[in-house]
Design a protein around this ligand. Sequence first.
Ligand code: SF4
Length: 329
Amino acid sequence: MELVCPAGNFPSLVKAVDNGANAVYIGLKNETNARHFAGLNFSKQQIVKAINYAHKHNCKVYCAINTYPRENRWSRWTESVDQAIDLGIDTLIVADIGVMDYIRNKSQTFPIHLSVQASATSVEALNFYHRHFSIKRAVLPRVLSLAQVATLAKKSSVEIEVFGFGSLCIMAEGRCYLSSYLTGESPNTQGVCSPASYVQWENKGDILESRLNHLLIDRFEKNENAGYPTLCKGRFDIAGKTQHAMEEPTSLNTMDILPELYQAGVAAIKIEGRQRSPAYVATVAKYWRRAIDQVKSGRSFSAAEPISCLQELAEGKQTTIGAYERDWQ
Ligand code: SF4
């Protein structure tokens, strides 16, 4: 079981590698990846430096080119593929079938991982991508139960990667346009949910208000943690009661079911958070490295201590196993 860690910049990549990541995933400085935030991602020179450092420490570098190209900017995606392959990236993480086809026309064997953005949740979908594009692995959306993940790991023709820890994007990945509704930009095309340029914070006495493109998303009392204003996690007036309309701010943490994921044959655990700090990446990578090694060695495994430490780093300081433990789907 591989530990795949996020790297939004070179210092985070170094922390991930030094704390035991088997692979790190990065993006280029454009809208071809789903974390196109100001100050994040890698230039050409930085990619060379990143690959050198990671490979020296036996760690692979994956590059996410996982947004959906727009017709008038298609070359942006093909140039990004060319650049990543030429620079020596180990694997491309891709969602769009046009981009996959472009890669396969360049090389029959270059490793492709199906991005979570493709939102593939059935054996048939995974086998389709394998049959037509020889994908090596698929990253599953965070909407499946443990039993469903186990079935896919057993029956599909590809390796399975699942999210282990990090912010929860509650919609079926690759299909959420809530951010576009308010700002005209969403992760699917421009690589960003709720772009910072549309975010407003305003202190009103003891209350802190957050807005997205001038729409009130939430109000926080002095003693509350103020979350980033995404529409999915806002509090709204519903039938006269102000409450979270879709989901409370929380992070996914599957450490409690790590032995079951391992037994199910899951090939890799992915840590979310390219937008997080190097210190965050270091701490999360360290705990997950230790946990995976413990589970793989067959030693008795207790997730209690790492879970309580990781809780401090979680959104809203609370974690959930999310869809893995739901008895409805
Ligand atoms: S609005 Fe929420 S669910 Fe939709 S992409 Fe953004 S974080 Fe994910």
